[in-house]
Design a protein around this ligand. Structure first.
Ligand SMILES: NC(=O)c1ccc[n+]([C@@H]2O[C@H](COP(=O)([O-])OP(=O)(O)OC[C@H]3O[C@@H](n4cnc5c(N)ncnc54)[C@H](OP(=O)(O)O)[C@@H]3O)[C@@H](O)[C@H]2O)c1
Length: 267
């Protein structure tokens, strides 16, 4: 029997974006986009659990959440390349939050090398975090998300590089295409189990991941030329989409890749 979560007409108002009472796990929340999403989701009322390796970065994110007036954050330091740490992290975070409604798979790593110069170790490092950990986290979180009464959500932070290619980035591009495939497969698998699974695909964003390119005049100009809106994305550009995908406003949406890229993939 499908789990129905349809909104009544009387439910529709600003409240459809309200995240009060929602329990959300965000990976890669110690800096960059993950930090911004964690703070933004908390500002809409969610209780957020921040997961990454760097404890100092996680503590700073928790402070930012508190400064934004969000509910007290949970923090867990974990290396998500370590498969044995994943189930334990999901279980302990869920116990602390009292359940889990949304999983934001955001942590990822990059490389910048043509295939001839990319070792199998580099490929493995990227794929283990960007794709394998996303599969394992989804598997570990699934039973909790299915218990959230029809409002379970997974948001896989992919990339425009999950829809198109770019040079010197084979392992990353592969991993991001893989998680869009996972998004579609799991969306179908869980469609009648009350869990929606979608991907968020940012264009080029100013974070530590892209510092080398942003700081390089030629690289940075290439991005602004290739992006019809003529600028890099800022981490704040993605908060609205994450709130939408976490909220009741997206209850009938599943298996989609929401591209937020200033038009990069439109031409
Ligand atoms: N920046 C862009 O232009 C861009 C474009 C499209 C998509 N994206 C995607 O957006 C997401 C966030 O990227 P970002 O730009 O914010 O990158 P970032 O600033 O490099 O942040 C990466 C995050 O992942 C965490 N992380 C890395 N290795 C980890 C591990 N082994 N275990 C647990 N956590 C780990 C890092 O925390 P610790 O080091 O503390 O572990 C950090 O919090 C990624 O999925 C990325 O692919 C970024």
């Amino acid at each position: 029997m499908p789990v129905s979560n349809a909104l009544a007409a009387s439910d529709i108002g600003r409240g459809i974006f309200d995240l009060a009472g929602r329990r959300i796990l965000v990976t890669g929340a110690s800096k960059g986009l993950g930090r911004e999403l964690a703070v933004g989701l908390a500002a809409f009322g969610a209780r957020v659990a921040c997961v990454a390796r760097n404890e100092k970065g996680l503590a700073e994110t928790a402070e930012l959440i508190s400064a934004a007036g969000g509910p007290e954050a949970a923090v867990r330091s974990a290396d998500l390349r370590d498969s044995s740490a994943i189930q334990q992290t999901v279980d302990s975070v869920t116990a602390e939050l009292g359940g889990l409604d949304v999983l934001v798979n955001n942590a990822a790593d990059d490389h910048d090398s043509p295939i001839e110069d990319t070792s199998l170790e580099t490929w493995q490092r990227v794929v283990d975090l960007n794709a394998r950990s996303v599969w394992l986290l989804s598997k570990a979180a699934g039973p909790y998300l299915r218990e959230s009464g029809g409002y379970g959500k997974v948001i896989n932070v992919a990339s425009v590089m999950g829809t198109v290619g770019v040079r010197d980035n084979t392992a990353y591009v592969m991993s991001k295409h893989a998680i869009i495939g996972l998004t579609k497969a799991l969306a179908v698998e869980w469609a009648r189990k009350g869990v929606q699974v979608n991907a968020l695909c940012p264009g080029f964003v100013v974070t530590d991941m892209t510092t080398h390119m942003h700081a390089d005049e030629t690289g940075s100009r290439w991005v602004t030329r290739q992006t019809p809106m003529g600028r890099w994305g800022e981490t704040t550009d993605f908060v609205g989409s994450a709130v939408f995908l976490s909220s009741r406003a997206s209850d009938f949406m599943t298996g989609q890749a929401l591209v937020v890229d200033g038009g990069y993939t439109t031409q």
